[in-house]
Design a protein around this ligand. Structure first.
Ligand code: HEM
Length: 345
């Protein structure tokens, strides 16, 4: 159901772009206004999220570690799993960002031979994730040819390497297939593994369908319905030079492709896809674990008004007793009228 809703939303969005350009002729809206609005939302949203994270206090070192912390000289430290210096942290971050190391180390629990619980490595998600992210990156870099004139040599080189097999006219790019294949795998995994399906939400399916829509429309444009690349480049160069101009005759498939990209960019900062920025801010990844060597003092220590447990209990003792919760100090007994019980204290 959640997958169907997500697919339907993507189809409606693509249909809206078709209707808007092919029937209503709102080319300027889809070719100029939406891309700028999406870019503003993307940049503004991303800054808002990152500043929000940066302002969140991190009072203590909270690195999640698997290896031995640096301590005695004769105990071997695990430098990558339990970094002690900034350089070691950088090493851990690079392996995380470039090779998704923690995903690589993922394990899966299964029950074998009756009741035997077995933990084993599972690499498929890591492989699919890596294939998707790297092909996405290459596609984005290759697309820079639409936004640059003359096209820088590294972009041309990357495009020719990507089309290395020289199959088809125009050549098929290997990354187009890897991108769509990896997305298909990530989607099927959510749909067909019952445990993954159970925890999947619209927010998980929607980006997959959106990216599949973007990729399929791009593929259609390049290999099946030939589009006016010169006009598209004119539009793209106009957008980046802030002299927008919409040439006539651009195929509606391009506007559908572009509109879904606008939706992706506008949606990204407010969705789980912000992990793209969040990974850099993760305190469990980016803090050195030097707790045994340095004393870390809570940065807001002098300013905070301390509310001790004793004060808390004094404030809520009656309510705690009423709720049946244990208390450290029993309430003082109410004085019995007419008798002097001071002597009992
Ligand atoms: C999220 C960003 C984007 C993704 C994932 C994406 C994906 C794709 C894919 C997979 C293709 C098939 C051919 C290939 O692999 O190059 C393609 C083609 C195309 N895309 Fe994109 N695209 C993106 C952004 C854009 C933008 C911003 C434009 C605006 C200029 C654009 C315009 C085109 C055009 C004109 C083609 C046809 C290419 C050709 O005929 O050589 N794409 N896109």
């Amino acid at each position: 159901m959640k997958a169907a809703i997500s697919l339907l939303v993507v189809l409606v969005l693509a249909g809206f772009a078709y209707l808007g350009t092919e029937v209503l002729h709102w080319q300027a809206l889809f070719g100029v206004v939406f891309p700028y609005v999406a870019l503003l939302l993307f940049l503004g949203g991303l800054i808002w999220r990152v500043v929000g994270w940066a302002r969140s206090p991190v009072p203590f070192r909270i690195p999640t570690t698997c290896g031995q912390e640096k301590s005695m000289p004769w105990i071997k430290q695990d430098k990558l799993d339990n970094p002690y210096t900034t350089w070691q942290v950088i090493g851990r971050m690079l392996l995380e960002i470039l090779f998704f190391r923690s995903l690589f180390r993922n394990t899966r629990m299964s029950i074998k031979e009756g009741e035997k619980v077995v933990y084993g490595p599972t690499k498929w998600l890591w492989l699919g994730g890596l294939a998707f992210h790297y092909s996405f990156l290459v596609i984005i870099i290759r697309h820079l040819r639409f936004f640059t004139q003359p096209v820088p040599y590294p972009i041309e080189l990357l495009s020719s390497l990507d089309g290395f097999f020289q199959i088809g006219v125009p050549v098929f790019y290997a990354t187009s297939f890897i991108f769509l294949g990896a997305l298909g795998f990530l989607l099927l995994r959510r749909l067909f593994i019952p445990q993954v399906r159970y925890v999947s939400l619209v927010n998980d399916y929607f980006p997959l369908f959106l990216l599949l829509g973007i990729g399929s429309l791009g593929f259609l444009m390049r290999h099946i319905v030939k589009t006016d690349i010169v006009g598209i480049k004119e539009l793209s160069l106009g957008l980046v030079s802030f002299h927008p101009h919409v040439p006539d005759g651009i195929h509606y498939l391009f506007y559908m492709h572009l509109f879904l990209i606008c939706v992706l960019f506008a949606y990204l900062p407010f969705s789980k896809l912000t992990h793209m920025a969040g990974v850099f801010m993760s305190p469990t990844r980016n803090l050195a674990n030097n707790n045994r060597a340095l004393r870390h003092i809570n940065p807001w220590n002098p300013k905070v008004k301390v509310h001790t447990y004793e004060e808390y209990e004094d404030e809520f003792r009656d309510k705690m007793i009423g709720a049946g919760l244990p208390v450290d100090k029993q309430p003082e007994a109410a004085p019995v009228s007419g008798s002097d019980n001071k002597g009992e204290e």
